[in-house]
Design a protein around this ligand. Structure first.
Ligand code: GLN
Length: 439
């Protein structure tokens, strides 16, 4: 049984905070609610409508999960008119040359099913990009699968390569879809906690967590939510453990172009690792087009087989014109990536300075568009209580991190803010914090 934060509260379908039920499924307790449907009976020309209550239904593999924290927090932001520094989506648009490429593709009639594993031009563009970024030469036909966002790449990788009972190791805090998708695959999840201030990988703990049933380690670098970037030393150590124990690496690198202070290293580029690594990435973060949902998985042919089998029956193929436009995006000149990084570093500076000025303990964010802080100087019981206060009394939304741990207690002091917003929004949020946040 998992630990329960005594005052943890989550939201029901009407967006109200409700207390977590005390026992069975603490982290993601299904809320006690019922859907309603109307049943009409016509009798002697008189129609009566009864309201029938149906308990919510969900398969066991998903019953401990609930509405994602990102959805909950964005709904609350809208409800309370709070500035949304919660869910990570830019409030500015993606580049015109990519949008124009999508419009052109639609006009050119690129509107029927795409080839299942990706339109050829995009597979080629992904291979070119990967070579530029990592030095690795991959076969666009045999080693790249285009998916509906990185979330589908993660799902196809897990469902295509993990058997029920296999152990998979996650670094906590971890992105919410990892655990839910592993649950759908019937995997056993083990987690190793990255702890502040530097969120260094506890290598000895990792070593003792590996067993003969360990099938894969999930890595996310740059890391959401902490902004940590795995160092070469950490990755070399993880690589040697994987090679020694015949373990795969599933590597989510969607923030690789937002590596600010430290070099991004793809685990697949380490000696002996390409053959046991699935590298996943997407368009959304790099091109501020999170709604397009174009992602991909790069893996050697023997692993690509499993990924493609799952992908074929999950979504079969993804949006044809958006894939064409993604090929154009990935061929952007180097200056695009330089400017993106420079803009995000300016945004990070505004938010980090503001958060420090109001009294948070701010942990360094070396990559991603997130920063994690310790909220305890403000005296709230836990991260959920603090975020509730922040939305209602201050008018700013952050993400409580306890939902990203197997043991929510590990995250109760930490909340995540995003800086993927225009500078005016970031400054307005800092102003609200300065005016209204009380110790
Ligand atoms: N990746 C985004 C974040 O971490 C959220 C995506 C989502 O809402 N599922 O904020």
């Amino acid at each position: 049984m998992r630990f329960i934060l005594s005052s943890s509260k989550f939201l029901n379908s009407s967006n109200h905070f409700i207390p977590l039920s005390s026992s069975s499924t603490p982290k993601f307790s299904p809320f006690i609610a019922a859907t309603m449907s109307t049943v009409s009976n016509t009798h002697n020309d008189v129609t009566t409508t009864q309201i029938k209550h149906h308990p919510l239904q969900v398969a066991k593999r998903l019953e401990k999960f609930k509405t994602t924290i990102f959805t909950q927090m964005s709904m609350l932001a809208a409800k309370h008119g709070a500035i949304n520094l919660g869910q990570g989506f830019p409030n500015f648009d993606g580049p015109d040359f990519v949008k124009e490429a999508a419009i052109q593709a639609i006009r050119d009639g690129k509107n029927q099913y795409a080839r299942g594993y990706g339109v050829p031009d995009l597979n080629n563009a992904i291979a070119e990009r990967f070579k530029k970024d990592t030095g690795l030469v991959v076969d666009p036909e045999k080693e790249i699968t285009v998916t509906s966002g990185c979330t589908e790449a993660i799902a196809a990788t897990i469902l295509g390569l993990i058997n029920p009972g296999d152990e998979v190791i996650l670094f906590a805090p971890f992105y919410d879809s990892y655990e839910a998708t592993l649950s759908m695959a019937g995997a056993k999840v083990k987690s190793i906690t990255l702890r502040p201030p530097d969120f260094a990988a506890p290598i000895e703990e990792l070593k003792s967590a590996i067993s003969k049933n360990t099938r894969a380690i999930m890595i996310n670098t740059p890391h959401n939510p902490t902004g940590k970037m795995f160092t070469r030393e950490e990755l070399n150590f993880i690589a040697s453990l994987c090679i020694e124990n015949d373990v795969l690496v599933f590597s989510d690198e969607v923030y690789d172009k937002l590596a600010f202070d430290v070099e991004h290293i793809s685990p697949a580029s380490l000696p002996g690792m390409f053959e046991r690594t699935v590298t996943m990435n997407s368009l959304g973060k790099t091109f501020s087009l999170t709604g397009w949902k174009i992602g991909w998985a790069i893996a050697p042919p023997h692993l690509t087989w499993g990924v493609r089998q799952a992908h074929s029956y999950l979504t079969f193929a993804t949006s044809t014109p958006m894939q064409s436009a993604t090929a154009a995006a990935l061929r952007a000149p180097d200056s695009y990536f330089v400017e993106l990084k420079r803009d995000y570093m300016a945004k990070r500076a505004i938010l980090v300075e503001g958060l420090e000025a109001v009294g948070f303990k701010v942990f360094p964010s070396n990559g991603t568009y997130f920063v994690v802080v310790d909220h305890t100087p403000f005296g709230h019981e836990n991260d959920v209580a603090f975020c509730e206060y922040l939305i209602k009394e201050v008018g700013v939304v952050a993400i409580p991190t306890s939902v990203f741990y197997l043991n929510p207690e590990d995250g109760k002091n930490l909340v995540r803010f995003t800086f993927c917003k225009d500078e005016g929004t970031l400054r307005a949020a800092v102003e609200r914090l300065k005016e209204k946040l009380r110790k």
